[in-house]
Design a protein around this ligand. Structure first.
Ligand code: ADP
Ligand code: MG
Length: 321
């Protein structure tokens, strides 16, 4: 079994997550070759580039010295939840740190979304402990959002009859309640809500009409606006449930650029994602779930070599073929 949660001897914070090194690209290509056998079309990591808002975002400075040493913001221990006959989570342990994208992967039905629902307060686990930012995490979803937990859903959830702007304003309310600063741009908190929302919409690459009803948006924009809403809430930890699924390659690549930039500004990101090339390219640490259990935790290199992980994915798809 791989990994003990350390960054594999890498000097902490010395490599920004959004800098793709030649070794990183090589690893991406290897991973893509391996995972192609699973039948998924991977992203082109060579085309890794900033999202469209980068040029106009004053805070986008990839070499900026504001990147600080990662600190643990989330620690989950022994999380279990049963639905009738299905043990959806069994003693799950997970950690996330600021300034890093932490991956949560696993085959369909492994319990990934259930884990997020337990963290965000939509489900109550049967057992387990969640410590967030130094204190136990409990209460209703809104309370957890005010603690600094932002999330998106596997199927985007917006108020469809409200305008895009109104959806974003809800997020801004959360930020004011919490008093948290915007990790990725501390000046945003001083702006009026509408201006703040418009800036964040631009940063995530939303180019549509802010006054349009959210229900009328094409799918890619739904994902983008949902991400903007989460960011409007000034999250300290951002949880994304398959954010690239349903996006075309171009949109997904921009999404990757945005995520790595946000992490490089110090945000903690927890990412559920099916696309292995994307996960391997972005994440410092990966936790692999299968049938509700953690079967591996470690760096991308460690988990992709892990026998149990290979079996959980490739073994199963080979059996299907
Ligand atoms: P993943 O996101 O990894 O694909 P899920 O967390 O959605 O997996 O589901 C894990 C398991 O729990 C699956 O077997 C699923 O059918 C079951 N499950 C998820 N939500 C519910 C629910 N609300 N009621 C009953 N079973 C559920
Ligand atoms: Mg899911």
């Amino acid at each position: 079994m791989s990994g003990n949660g350390s960054a594999g001897g890498r000097p902490g914070g010395a490599v920004l997550p959004n800098q793709m090194t030649p070794a990183g690209r090589r690893r991406g290509r290897e991973v893509m070759a391996a995972w192609r056998r699973d039948g998924t079309e991977p992203l082109r990591l060579d085309a890794y580039r900033p999202w469209p808002g980068a040029a106009e975002a004053a805070w986008y400075r990839p070499d900026d010295g504001r990147f600080t040493e990662p600190t643990e913001i989330l620690a989950v221990e022994g999380l279990s939840l049963r639905f009738g006959g299905v043990q959806a989570l069994r003693e799950v342990a997970l950690r996330a740190r600021t300034g890093e994208v932490t991956g949560v992967i696993g085959p369909n039905g492994a319990g990934k979304s259930t884990l997020f629902n337990c963290l965000s307060g939509l489900l109550t686990p049967d057992a387990g402990r969640i410590v967030f930012d130094g204190a136990p995490l409990d209460g209703a979803p809104a309370r957890r959002a005010r603690r600094g937990l932002g999330r998106t859903f596997q199927t985007p959830r917006l108020f469809k009859s409200l305008s895009v702007l109104d959806n974003l304003l809800f997020g801004c309310e959360t930020a004011d309640w919490s008093g948290h600063r915007y990790v990725f741009d501390t000046r945003l908190g001083r702006l009026p809500h509408a201006e703040r929302a418009a800036q964040i919409a631009r940063l995530v690459g939303f180019r549509g009409d802010l006054s349009a009803p959210a229900g009328a948006l094409p799918f890619g924009d739904l994902r983008t606006v949902e991400l903007a809403r989460a960011l409007c809430g000034a999250p300290q930890l951002l949880m994304l449930d398959e954010p690239a699924s349903g996006l075309d390659t171009d949109q997904a690549e921009r999404f990757v650029g945005l995520m790595s930039s946000l992490a490089s500004m110090g945000l903690a990101i927890l990412l559920i994602e099916h696309d292995m090339a994307l996960v391997m390219g972005l994440c410092r640490q990966i936790t692999v779930l299968d049938f509700g259990q953690v079967i591996a935790t470690g760096t991308p290199d460690e988990v992709q070599r892990d026998e149990a992980v290979i079996h959980a994915y490739l073994g199963r798809s080979a059996a299907r073929a």
